[in-house]
Every structure is written in C-alpha cells, then in structure tokens.
Design a protein around this ligand. Structure first.
Ligand code: F6P
Length: 558
C-alpha cells in the first residue's frame, strides 16, 4: 500500500497559506481590474460551461491549487482508479464506476476479468428487460402490461435512480410511472403502493448486498401487498405455486449477491448483476439504474452513460489547469481548509434537479466524511464539508439570507440550463428567462454585494443602512448546459463524483468505504428486541435509551 501524501506538508500548501494570509477578498475590484476575468476563469467540460470567476481566487491561487494536486499525486491516484487498482483499501476492492460507462468494444482487464465486456453483457440484459416492459410484452400474472415500476432500495440503490428519474421526467414514457420506496418507516411503502393495482405493478428490488434491513423488509412488505391484492381480486389463490408465479412476473432484482436474490424467491433469470467494484453511491450507471432505463428507454439510458463517460474522459485527459472536476475539487479544499467553510450549497435552477442535493449528500459525505486516512493514520487537516441545497428560486425565499448576510462563508454551486422543458409564457414574459434572471442576479449579488454608499443613495434611513448592506465576496460557481438531456445529467453526476475524488485524494482518504454507517445498524438490531418488549435486553441499555423505549412502549396504542 502506498502512503498518502500529507497535503499540509507540501510546498504548495505553504504557498496557499501565504496566499491566503495576503488575500483580501474583493471581487468587485478583481472584475474591474481585469476585463478578461470571466473568460480566464471559465471552462468547458463536455457540454458544461463552468464559470469559476466569482470564486475567491486569482491566477496565483489557482496555480498553487493545481500545484497541490501535483504534489499529492492526484494524477497517479486517478489513473490507479481508472485502471482497477484496489484503491478502496479497507475493503480491498477496485473502484471502477468509470468502467460502467465505457463504450462497447473497449476492454479493461481487472483481476483477470474483462470488466467492460461484463458491463455490456448486463447492460444488454437490462436493455432487453426495459424493451419488454415498455412494449407491453412483459405482462403481470393476469396478462396485463406494467403501468408502475416501484424501485425498492436505499442509499445508493435509491438516491441515484430517483434523482435521475426526476431529472429526466420529460423523457419518461407516457403511461409508465416509477416510484421509489426506501425508508423502513412503513408509511413509505404504504403510501407508495396505496393507489396501485398489483396486476400492473412491477417491483425492482435494488440492493448491492441484498442484506440491507430496510430494503429486504420493504421487499417482503411489497410481496405481501402483491399476494394479498391478487388473492383479493381473485387473480391467484394462496397456493405456493400461484404465489411463486406472481413473484416471477412482478419482482425483479438488482444485486451483486444473486444467491441471496434466489433465496428471497426471485428467479435469478430476472436478476441483473453488478460487481463489488461499484460503490453503492457510484452505482446509478450500473443495473441499479434499471428503473430509470425502463422509464426513459435504452437509447436515452445509453445517452446518459455517454454523458458520464464524456466527463470521465475530461477528468482523465484535461490538463489540471483546465480540468473542471480538478479545479472544483481544489476550490472546495481552498474553502474548507483555508476559509474554514463547513458547508457547501448546491442550488439547481432547474426544478427537475430537485433531488440533486439529496443525491450529492450521500455521494460527498459518505465518501469524504472521515477522520482517518486510507493507511489508518489520522487526517492532517479538516475534511468533509456538509453538502446541501434546494432548487432556486425556492431557496431564495428560505435560506439565501444566511448565504448573503450570515457570518459563515458558504460556497455555492449554481446549475442551470438554457432550454427549458416547458417554455411557458406569462403574457409576453418568457418565464424561464425570468427564472434565469434570478440565477444571474443571485450570483452577482453574492459576488458584488451592495455598499453602504449605494444603500444610502437609495434614501435609506441611516439607522437601517447596516442591515441593508451586502458584503459581497460570497463565492459561487456557475454551471450551465444547453438543456437537461440524459447526457447532461450524466455529465453532472460524473463531475461531482470526480470533485469528491479529488478532495478525497488531497485529504488522503479512502473515499469508497463507509464504515461510519455500521455502528448504528448494529445497535438497531441489538435494541430491536427491547423495543418489542424484551425487558432483559432493555435493562442492558443506557438510561436515556431505556427511557425512550419505555416512553414508546407506554404510548404505542395501535
Ligand atoms: O448503509 C450505507 C450503505 O451501505 C450505502 O453505502 C449503500 O448505498 C446503502 O447502504 C444500500 O446498500 P445496498 O445497496 O447493499 O442495499
């Protein structure tokens, strides 16, 4: 195992410290002094136009940041990932989500297997299945075509598919709907199935491990719902053979553990595999995206994969000084480690991206929320900011106040597309233009603020002037694309995957394990008997837990 480079010991880090000490944020001044600033700090990555000019940078800072990338060996870490080295050291696994998007005919032999060939073999199965459902050839147990696909999964087996499905709603086949059940709160599955007809519903159980408590519980609940609905309708009897036949027509699975899929009762013929070198939060381009593929069709799904691949190539090939994921990842380092930023907002000016921040939360925080490096030694600096956000303009009327005038620096990424899915007009006004005017206005307001003199010039009473001043110098990155196509959604995902990777490399992390989620899972299984009434188990809990469980048992009435 290589040892991570301590970023704080590099010459670039020292240089960044010096630059930070000397830096006086003044975006107004910077734009006034350099008419080329926007052009100088704007980049193209596949179809994405990315403007970094409203960040707290100058050419020297950017040069020192890219130097930092060199000095922590980012290029060799990236190449190790792309070529299938076991860079997920704590799980001894390759990290090959980039292989999921490589074109047919490419080859990459890892641990003795051509993984690209395997990927395309499964893709063909997913595409064939998707064709059958969409054409009506795949019918339920009573011969009716499928109207609703319900994906049951959690974490990476949910957040990616649901985000992409929502983002690509305009591409969804008429008459077909996807729903997503994730939470073990029984309200989730109850609500999502309440108005569905079992005869026209197909469940996709997506779980990399096929051991996840939430997913298997929900899958069993869904199976019961299916059986009882079909029996009630007189479509099947409760004979085992009928129930097995119903599962075969109404359940498929996506997993790396096909033996467990079979044990659940799903015919392995209806199971789509993937591999342990795909991390859950990096898996939407694998068979985990089957629900999306059924919804938008194989051609659009192939475009989505092509978009992911286009960004993979940009990350692999563009020089660091023009490499957007590299630059954005380094900017995050600049803000977290030098400006002490604790969070990062992602603000899509595209309603269809309304689940983008939720998706990014798992990607970024499960990857980089760590205090130990990949060799087991403690990190040498702060890691892992909180990612959050809501679509504009909703966020403007909720939390932008804090970004504009609060005391914490919150870097923000704004994302928008030029062409709306619904070019509606309010009288003569193109509403998308009004929407985008808000995007442009917010990034300008955050960068340039409003001085006391400007506030006074509006005739504001002196006592109110301080409250109406905007400091400005709030950093933003603007990302624009022509349209929210499947390819562009893929590009956005890969962009953030690689940003996350860059940060993880600088911090020396294994960005692909997630041991921090295990303890709570174990304790839940230990406490469950106490919740169900086992007083012996209850006695072994801490006082707070005992009181909470007792409150629950005293108040549970149904
Ligand atoms: O608990 C966290 C986690 O392991 C995530 O990393 C993963 O995406 C999620 O659970 C679901 O896991 P699975 O796909 O194996 O059900």
């Amino acid at each position: 195992m290589t040892t991570p480079v301590d970023p704080t010991g590099t010459a670039a880090w020292s240089q960044l410290s010096r630059l930070y000490e000397a830096y006086k944020p003044d975006l107004r001044g910077a734009f006034a002094a350099d008419p080329q600033r926007a052009e100088k700090f704007s980049f193209q990555a596949a179809d994405l136009y990315v403007d970094l000019s409203k960040n707290l940078i100058d050419a020297d800072i950017l040069a020192a940041l890219t130097e930092l990338a060199e000095q922590v060996d980012l290029a060799s870490r990236r190449d190790a990932m792309y070529s299938g080295d076991h860079i997920n050291v704590t799980e001894d696994r390759a990290v090959l989500h980039t292989a999921l998007r490589r074109p047919k005919g490419d080859s990459l032999v890892v641990d003795g297997e051509d993984v690209v060939a395997q990927v395309h073999e499964v893709l063909e199965q997913v595409y064939a299945f998707s064709d059958k459902v969409r054409s009506g050839e795949w019918v339920g147990v009573t011969g009716k075509p499928i109207a609703t696909v319900v994906n049951i999964g959690i974490g990476g087996s949910d957040l990616g598919p649901v985000m992409v499905y929502e983002a690509l709603k305009p591409y969804v086949k008429d008459g077909l709907e996807c729903r997503f059940v994730s939470n073990i709160d029984p309200s989730d599955v109850a609500e999502k199935t309440a108005d569905l007809d079992p005869e026209t519903t197909l469940f996709i159980v997506a779980s990399k491990t096929f051991t996840t408590l939430e997913t298997l519980t929900n899958a069993r609940l869904a199976r019961e719902w299916l059986w009882s609905g079909l029996i009630r309708a007189g479509a099947i009897t409760d004979a085992e053979a009928d129930k097995t036949a119903a599962v075969a027509k109404h359940f498929v699975a996506v997993s790396t553990a096909l033996d467990r899929v079979a044990a659940f009762g799903i015919d392995p013929v209806n199971a789509f595999g993937f591999w342990n070198w795909v991390g859950g939060r990096y898996s939407v381009g694998s068979a985990v995206g089957t629900s999306v593929c059924v919804a938008i069709g194989k051609e659009n799904f192939a475009d989505f994969l092509a978009g992911l691949h286009a960004m993979d190539r940009h990350f692999a090939e563009a020089p660091f000084a023009e490499n957007v994921p590299v630059l954005m990842g380094l900017l995050n380092i600049w803000y977290v480690n030098f400006f002490n930023a604790a969070s990062h907002a992602v603000l899509p000016y595209a309603q269809y991206l309304h689940r983008f921040a939720a998706y990014l939360q798992q990607l970024t925080m499960e990857s980089n929320g760590k205090g130990v490096r990949y060799d087991g030694t403690p990190v040498t600096t702060k890691t892992g900011e909180v990612f959050w956000g809501e679509p504009g303009t909703n966020g403007q009327h909720a939390f932008y106040q804090l970004i504009h005038q609060g005391t914490q620096l919150i870097p923000a990424d704004f994302v928008a597309v030029a062409n709306p899915a619904h070019p509606l007009k309010d009288g003569d006004v193109d509403v998308h233009e009004l929407f985008l005017a808000n995007f442009f206005a917010q990034t300008a307001a955050l960068a340039f603020g409003k001085t006391a003199a400007e506030v006074r010039a509006e005739g504001t009473a002196e006592a109110i002037v301080p409250a109406r001043v905007f400091e400005g110098n709030k950093p933003t990155t603007s990302i624009m694309a022509p349209e929210l196509t499947p390819s562009v959604v893929g590009q956005l995902i890969a962009l953030y995957e690689h940003i996350t990777f860059v940060q993880g490399v600088v911090w020396g992390l294994d960005s692909f394990d997630q041991w921090g989620v295990e303890l709570g899972k174990q304790l839940a299984m230990q406490i469950a008997p106490a919740v169900a009434g086992d007083t012996e188990v209850l006695k072994n809990q801490d006082a707070s837990t005992q009181a909470l469980v007792t409150y629950y048992r005293d108040h549970r009435s149904v």
